[in-house]
Design a binder for this molecule. Structure first.
Ligand SMILES: NC(=O)c1ccc[n+]([C@@H]2O[C@H](COP(=O)([O-])OP(=O)(O)OC[C@H]3O[C@@H](n4cnc5c(N)ncnc54)[C@H](O)[C@@H]3O)[C@@H](O)[C@H]2O)c1
Length: 431
């Protein structure tokens, strides 16, 4: 078989597809390919995830259990922890985590482990795509290198590409199909095959000149967000000095029909992408003796936000002649973004830690997060806001009743602008 045959197999849906890493990125991809008629194998090292999937259960909010159940029952999806299944596959897509180490250096160990296992069982004429976010050069230096060490020539015996994932958890408007997909290959044949594969499940595939360009696209997208959030967070602190409400300023600036894009302040960056990806780029840049100042400055501002928020709580209580020590504080929303339960890198951890150290009596409410730092959970429906000295809105889930909150609470510190058009007896402080 050669690349032509593989292309035909993809086009007539005979190609067997394997997704490695069944998390926020991998599982939706499985469903999309399986629903499009492909036979999909999913590999994950988490035995717990595999056993839930085999029972037709989803653990990702954006993927319905009914969808998993359907493709399992139809025999279109085969979840497993066994890498041996790789030898029968035609296309393999790797979606494993790429976190930072404690030292803020990229941790590529998941990619290395997954690539080692995939390559061990890889057959000739297979397309291998990396989707995990990493710095430019990762696909070639790690994945292709391992494939070539096995004796397969890239672009001849094996086809290799990178395609960044753009999934936005909780976004009901944009999903896999209507979000354009960027693809870069190690050569033309690999690019062509990867484009053909994704075209089966995505409306628009955008090709770039190399896998390095594709890797850089993702980092540019997320660095752009991190830097602009850093800018707006800095403006927030500045507006606070001038006693101006940044939320009103942004609202008015947003009426300009061109040249302005609104970013909003918040308690700090969270999730697996925006706080992490720019650091991959920064690390790689520094190892090439280039010092990216915007990234580092934005990082400094964004990581200072939990302290800034805690200070807002302290001054709010102070104006009420109360100390944080002993005050009852309710944290509303602890996940890193609204309407999802993902708490990875959420700034809520640091805010809670600071307030705990100051001996506040903390409670939290989050419809999506069952436990948080051993803090008492308050059900989100029908909260008695009168029970608290201060309510701190960290994450703006739509399920919360903000009107009731401003009606009943004594004081509200609002990190998300949810109180902008609301009036009540609560003393409202927006960051
Ligand atoms: N979550 C997002 O919103 C998002 C968006 C765009 C890009 N990304 C990127 O996509 C990649 C995956 O992120 P995610 O959010 O899906 O992570 P995740 O932690 O939700 O899922 C990764 C899965 O990989 C599994 N895994 C780990 N090592 C493995 C191995 N060696 N073999 C097989 N499975 C293994 C884990 O058990 C887990 O289920 C990361 O590089 C991330 O930066 C994530």
């Amino acid at each position: 078989m050669n690349s032509k045959n593989l292309k035909e197999k993809i086009l007539n849906k005979k190609a067997k597809i394997c997704i490695v890493g069944l998390g926020y990125v991998g599982l939706p991809l499985v469903v999309e390919f399986a629903e499009s008629g492909y036979n999909v194998t999913g590999i994950d090292t988490s035995k717990d995830k595999i056993s839930r999937l085999l029972k037709g259960q989803s653990y990702i909010e954006d993927v319905k259990s009914s969808a998993v159940n359907l493709i399992i029952k139809a025999g279109k999806f085969h979840p497993t922890s066994e890498y041996g299944t790789v030898k029968n596959q035609d296309a393999i897509i790797i979606c494993v985590p790429t976190p930072l180490r404690k030292t803020r250096e990229p941790d590529l160990s998941y990619i290395v482990d997954a690539a080692d296992e995939v390559v061990k069982y890889l057959s000739r004429d297979t397309l291998v795509i990396l989707e995990s976010t990493s710095y430019p050069g990762t696909t070639r230096d790690i994945l292709l290198d391992k494939i070539e060490k096995k004796g397969f020539r890239g672009g001849v015996d094996a086809f290799v590409a990178f395609s960044p994932e753009r999934v936005d958890p909780g976004n009901e408007r944009f999903g896999i199909r209507n979000t354009p997909k960027v693809v870069g290959g190690i050569d033309k044949k690999s690019l062509n095959l990867a484009k053909t594969l994704y075209s089966q499940v995505v409306d628009r595939v955008v090709t770039v000149n190399s896998c390095e360009e594709a890797e850089m696209v993702k980092l540019l997208e997320n660095t752009y967000r991190a830097v602009n959030i850093g800018l707006i967070n800095e403006m927030t602190m500045l507006c606070s000095k001038f006693d101006l409400d940044i939320w009103n300023v942004i609202r008015a600036a947003s009426t300009k029909p061109y040249g302005f894009m609104a970013f909003y302040p918040g308690p700090g960056l969270g999730g697996h992408c925006i706080p992490v990806d720019p650091q991959f780029l920064s690390w790689k840049a520094k190892s090439n003796l280039f010092y990216p100042r915007f990234i580092d400055h934005a990082e400094e501002i964004n990581t200072s936000m939990p302290n800034y928020v805690a200070k807002k709580v302290i001054t709010t209580l102070n104006r009420m002649k109360k100390s944080v020590n002993g005050s009852k504080i309710l944290i509303m929303g602890v996940s890193y973004k609204k309407n999802v339960g993902d708490t990875r890198e959420s700034p809520s951890f640091e805010v809670a830690q600071i307030l705990k150290q100051l001996k506040a009596q903390l409670s939290y409410s989050d419809p999506y997060v069952a436990s948080f730092e051993g803090i008492k959970r308050v059900p989100h429906s029908n909260i008695n806001f009168r029970n608290f000295d201060c309510v701190l809105v960290i994450t703006d889930h739509e399920k919360f009743d903000y009107k009731k909150m401003v009606r009943e609470a004594r004081a509200v510190v609002d990190c998300r602008g949810v109180t902008l058009d609301l009036k009540g007896k609560a003393k409202i402080v927006r960051i």
